[in-house]
Design a protein around this ligand. Structure first.
Ligand SMILES: [Zn+2]
Length: 251
């Protein structure tokens, strides 16, 4: 398998996962033309589009792709039906096209119908988990988002987090304010700044790394709880998460 990352708009990534036979699936096409260009230049045949949720910067390219490839199946949750989805998916479904077998994981929170597509080790998780951070809670509750992130965290260490935005630098800057004494976070922040100064992408990232540097995966951390004014272990972890997400919203 080969993973291709296409940067579009101000900070979105469209992902392509390709097999040895040059078939590929396209995940969250924010735009169509950059995808069509890459497919043509590399003689890749698209076999499916996967949509994680209904936001425009994830589905905006569907119409253009269908114009070019009218028979292309578009897989997405119910909330993407009127955004061009032709095959509605639900949690526990398996999307099988050519050699691809994706497990559908329900991740409500950012939107209510948000899903991820997982074919080990690749996880296409849209706007749920980012490197060093997580998505905003627009439609669901903090409890739902916390449970969704816990679901991702339960996947194997080598899972590749293929998220839809380049937000890592801002996420790590926030993390530093929450855990200023944490050397691992500080080191990662500087590594990310260096990458971005050289105009390099910071994702995909490995779940094992995220467990160390992503504060939203560490709501159980006593220092984290103390630093945001919570008496250690006095409230549910989902409430710690909610408070942390609230601070990030205003950062
Ligand atoms: Zn979104």
């Amino acid at each position: 398998m080969e993973l291709i990352r296409i940067p579009v708009l101000s900070d979105n990534y469209i992902w392509l996962l390709c097999d040895e036979g040059k078939h590929c699936v396209i995940i969250d096409p924010a735009e169509s033309q950059p995808v069509i260009n890459i497919l043509a230049a590399n003689e890749i045949i698209p076999v499916a589009v996967l949509l994680t949720h209904h936001h425009h910067d994830h589905v905006g390219g569907v119409a253009g792709l269908l114009k070019k490839y009218p028979d292309l199946p578009i897989y997405g949750p119910e909330e993407t039906r009127n955004k061009g989805a032709t095959h509605i998916v639900n949690e526990h479904d398996v999307v099988n096209v050519e050699q691809f077998y994706f497990n559908v994981i329900g991740l409500p929170g950012h939107t209510l119908g948000h899903v991820a597509f997982y074919q080990a080790p690749y996880l296409f998780c849209g706007d749920t988990l980012f490197s060093g951070g997580c998505g905003r809670i627009f439609e669901g509750t903090a409890e739902q988002m916390f449970a969704s992130i816990a679901k991702i965290s339960s996947l194997p260490d080598d899972t590749l987090i293929c998220c839809a935005h380049e937000y890592t630098a801002a996420n790590m800057a926030f993390a530093k304010t929450i855990l200023p004494e944490n050397q691992v976070i500080d080191d990662y922040y500087h590594k990310i700044i260096q990458l971005r100064e050289n105009n390099q992408a910071t994702v995909p990232t490995v779940l094992q790394t995220e467990r160390k540097i992503n504060i939203f995966l560490n709501c159980h951390d006593i220092d984290l709880q103390k630093n945001i004014g919570i008496k250690p272990n006095s409230i549910p972890l989902s409430s710690v998460f909610q408070q942390l997400r609230g601070y990030k919203d205003n950062f």
